[in-house]
Write a protein that binds this ligand. Sequence first.
Ligand SMILES: C[S@@+](CC[C@H](N)C(=O)[O-])C[C@H]1O[C@@H](n2cnc3c(N)ncnc32)[C@H](O)[C@@H]1O
Length: 190
Amino acid sequence: MPSAIAGDLNPFPLEAAAATLEQLGLRDRIELRRGSGLQVLQPGEVSTAVIAGIGAPLAERLLSEAQATGALAGVRRLIIQPNHGYPKLGSLRAHIDALGWGIIDECLAYDHGRMYAIIVAEPGPSTLQDEVDRELGPILRRGNDPLFGAWIEHERARLTQACQGMQRGRADPQQLASYQRMLAILAAAV
Ligand SMILES: C[S@@+](CC[C@H](N)C(=O)[O-])C[C@H]1O[C@@H](n2cnc3c(N)ncnc32)[C@H](O)[C@@H]1O
């Protein structure tokens, strides 16, 4: 019978999760643990780990901690859903890659007016060949995801607005140039 361990740093989300699991009749299949990131796991306890619903920089930190403390021992697959797009999403892809995990799949999700990228990685060689792999994703860049066009448009609108804001204010020229470079990548993607 499949089972899972779900963790959160704070008590209230765990109480909400317990109530939801009760309603769904899954309370005996999913154990809830309080703690930071993957530190709630004993080495070898799970084969797939999911990090979801947090910012990309925090996901980077939790992955590094898990790698350093051995909490990733036995994990053969990571599924990561950060709440960020450019530039933090690309930074997270590079971080996953640098830790020795190859990105083997990706997809997009739409929920309550927001879009999210979901990354699947397994221990293995790098799958990031260039900056387009890093920023658009080695799988997503192929354009096969049904939400790919909407994601590109969403990112273009967001970054165009950010660039306009930077041009009106005292923009950091390097940051402006990096956003403009990403806009060029997005324009070439469609
Ligand atoms: C934006 S909420 C997302 C909640 C849930 N995914 C949802 O969509 O309803 C972020 C969650 O991450 C939890 N969190 C923040 N830092 C954490 C950490 N270091 N380890 C585990 N959970 C953490 C927070 O307590 C919160 O429940």
